[in-house]
Design a protein around this ligand. Structure first.
Ligand code: GLC
Length: 743
């Protein structure tokens, strides 16, 4: 045995050293290196690479298996998640590298969804910036902090389009729109993976949850998804595809079934679309123990069969189910499973490890010095503050109550979110330390140190206790202005956090009513992970700022906006309904054959509420005002071989410098398939000083008008179109053009 081992060790060292020598050409001959190692692996070692277990440092699913260190030692694990820290990861990696025969390094993954230790605004908030540089920066900082703590793989970006705010995971994505969501997916991949994923401050991204998880029926998490192929390809798939095209190293499948087949074992999704159509060559990881859930879904009789189904469909790595370890070896031995499926999966996983540089140095992410230097450094916090102010959306500002004057003498800061720190981080706050977060009270105190800031909780987030309201009313009466910090708890959105009623929870509206009765000027700052039906707040409170969950720098960012050190520029990436009864509601609806007409009974409307949302997609105010000229077109006709320039002049007609996100929508008047009333086809942020005007020019080509036509081919059609340009999806200037043949 000893002699064999020595020969083997020499052979492996030769491969490894040859890898080092060749590492400069890693991208060109990784396959050879992988095949060399694969040829040395036993079946059990191969299956071990296909297994991902969680450590017990954090829990992100229904159960944890405590024996993960023994599993590493026995070569039964290819990657660990929910473990971070340079020293802890080094210790786990040493177990793998020093105790297993082939010394194959582990990958270390974690849900770094909007920051690692420095927590950035939740992804839905970042989407409200419409600023791809800011979004990329957020992912860049998250990657550098995660990589400084031993991690080399993040389970992000979540690319699920969501149009149902009852679904708690709407907070983790980019909202309702395919075009914006695709841009954001690309920006996040660039941020996480950088230009070279072997760089020590970059990490492998993981595009999730593939696919269409955001369409879970009734907004209930994990629920079934059923939709036409057209809807799937037109609306839900493009952001995942954009992320894959941007070079994502991994993809995670979703819990839901799609058209009756759970994604975990859905060959059409995982192989035909992802690999054959899109050419994805990374590896696919399942979601948390979802292989075992194939039995619960009712498509597998037991977890052994489930494991085989998942592997054959295209699942390469088994997260937490332990099903591959349990089942695959016996199927191969009994000649009931072609070992080639296992080899293909192992190859894809080993390739990722090579690309990360883990074979060159398994401990490259485990530097205590780099960890100390990188984590929560001031520039990371500053970056989080900058993204946070850009994510906030000014929903109402009656009589220009905002921005507040810094000479204000007394401020009452009231509400269950006013002094909250943990809530400010939102769900999926990774390694974020909420003790280092800045509360709204702290942010205001820092902004106006000479003012008297009085805090009163007023009520809890979500119960019927009204005993604290009196004290809050007193605080309001003795102050010049009231900041009401209202909203949801951080865990009221995110995974397994669907709500059938999306109004302000508890007695928060009652608190607001009592505070309003004092006659003091009141500003509501909302902290929430989904659109809320805040009709009474909108009708009665003079100023409203949507702050989402702003992260570590929450209080400072809120203060920056309320006192005008940042003029809000955020625009809603998701429609706010007036009632949960309107859901699904989104801007790009179809016209129907009987569009709503309040004067006619026989039209598509409700008896008890208008079809209009509370706030439309793309909506957001500024402390200044902007005017739009009429649209001028380079031509009213164009064909497939040329392009069309669309120009508007936007002017700042107010008294504050500000950024306006100018949005371009297009409506195809007649098509072979019922066209949405409008679709986002472009946007750009333009910064204007008071009195300044700038021309904003969009260029479109025929390809930008492509869609899945009646015969399911993807392309454009000649005909008449309407263009809409404005600061949201409703208040727009319009113009007409015709797309002519040849296309
Ligand atoms: C969870 C989530 C997924 C996450 C994974 C690992 O169940 O669905 O988004 O990345 O498990 O924590």
């Amino acid at each position: 045995m000893k002699k064999q081992f020595i020969i083997l060790f020499i052979a492996f060292t030769a491969i490894l050293s040859s890898c080092t020598v060749k590492s400069s050409k890693v991208s060109s001959d990784i396959d050879n290196k992988v095949d060399s190692i694969l040829s040395l692996m036993t079946l059990e070692e191969k299956i071990g690479q296909l297994t991902l277990y969680t450590s017990d440092m954090d829990q992100t699913g229904p159960f944890i298996k405590k024996q993960y260190e023994d599993d590493i030692k026995e070569g039964k694990v290819g990657a660990i998640f929910n473990a971070y820290g340079a020293e802890y990861v080094r210790r786990l990696q040493e177990i793998a590298v020093n105790n297993t025969r082939l010394r194959i390094p582990l990958m270390f993954g974690y849900d770094v969804i909007h920051g690692h230790q420095t927590i950035f605004p939740v992804p839905l908030a970042e989407a409200a910036t419409w600023d791809m540089m800011a979004i990329e920066k957020s992912a860049r900082v998250a990657a550098s902090e995660a990589a400084a703590q031993g991690l080399n793989w993040v389970f992000a970006p979540m690319c699920d389009i969501a149009r149902d705010p009852r679904w708690g995971r709407i907070v983790e994505g980019a909202g309702e729109d395919t075009y914006l969501g695709s841009d954001i997916a690309r920006a996040r991949i660039r941020g996480f993976q950088g230009t070279d994923v072997s760089d020590v401050n970059t990490v492998a991204a993981c595009v999730k949850h593939f696919a269409a998880y955001g369409a879970s029926q009734a907004g209930r998490d994990y629920n079934s998804v059923d939709m036409s192929e057209r809807m799937l390809r037109e609306v839900y798939l493009p952001p995942y595809k954009a992320a894959v095209e941007e070079g994502a190293l991994t993809v995670m499948s979703s819990f839901n079934d799609l058209d009756g087949i759970p994604a975990t074992a859905n060959k059409y999704l995982l192989n035909d679309i992802l690999r054959t159509e899109w050419g994805f060559d990374g590896f696919l990881v399942t979601d948390y123990a979802s292989i075992n859930e194939l039995v619960t879904h009712g498509v597998a009789t037991d977890t052994l069969e489930a494991a085989k189904m998942a592997l054959i469909a295209g699942s390469d790595m088994d997260m937490q189910a332990g099903a591959f370890n349990k089942a695959l070896g016996k199927f191969v031995e009994d000649e009931k499973l072609n070992e080639g499926y296992i080899d293909d999966a192992v190859r894809r996983i080993l390739k990722a490890k090579y690309k990360l540089g883990l074979f060159d140095d398994p401990f490259k992410y485990c530097s205590v010095e780099r960890e100390k230097a990188e984590i929560m450094k001031p520039e990371n916090r500053q970056a989080a503050r900058e993204v946070a102010v850009k994510s906030m959306v000014l929903l109402k500002n009656q009589d220009s109550l905002l921005p507040l004057n810094k000479s204000v003498r007394s401020i009452a800061v009231i509400g269950p979110l006013a002094d909250a720190k943990q809530e400010m981080l939102g769900s999926w706050s990774a390694a974020g330390d909420y003790n280092k977060a800045v509360s709204v009270v702290e942010g205001l105190q820092a902004k106006v140190p000479t003012a008297r800031v009085t805090y009163a909780k007023g009520c809890n987030i979500n119960d019927d206790n009204t005993t604290l309201i009196g004290e809050a009313v007193k605080a309001a009466r003795s102050s010049d202005v009231v900041i009401l910090a209202l909203g949801e708890g951080a865990q009221m959105s995110g995974e397994a956090a669907s709500r059938a009623d999306i109004s302000l929870p508890g007695v928060q509206q009652k608190l607001a009513e009592e505070i309003l009765k004092t006659g003091k000027p009141v500003v509501v700052v909302l902290f929430n992970g989904r659109p809320l039906t805040i009709n009474w707040i909108n009708d009665n409170i003079p100023a409203i700022v949507e702050a989402w969950f702003p992260g570590t720098e929450a209080g400072n960012a809120v203060a920056d906006v309320l006192f005008g050190d940042y003029n809000p520029s955020g625009k809603l990436p998701v429609t706010f309904p007036r009632s949960v009864g309107q859901i699904p509601i989104y801007y790009s609806m179809k016209n129907t054959g009987r569009p709503a007409d309040p004067k006619s009974k026989w039209t598509s409307k409700y008896l008890d509420i208008s079809n209009d949302p509370l706030y439309v997609f793309g909506y957001g105010l500024s402390y200044t005002t902007f005017s739009y000229s009429e649209i001028s077109l380079s031509s009213n006709n164009f064909s497939g071989k040329d392009s069309l320039q669309i120009k508007v002049t936007v002017a700042n007609t107010g008294k504050y410098k500000g950024i306006e996100v100018v949005q371009l929508y297009i409506h195809d008047k007649v098509a072979s398939v019922t066209p949405p009333v409008k679709l986002l086809k472009g946007y750009t942020g333009v910064e204007l000083n008071p009195g300044q005007a700038k021309d904003v020019i969009f260029t479109i080509k025929a390809d930008d008008l492509a869609f899945y036509r009646a015969d399911m081919t993807f392309g454009c059609e000649p005909g008449d179109y309407t263009i809409y340009v404005g600061g949201n999806s409703r208040d727009t200037k319009s113009a007409e053009f015709t797309l002519n043949l040849p296309l």
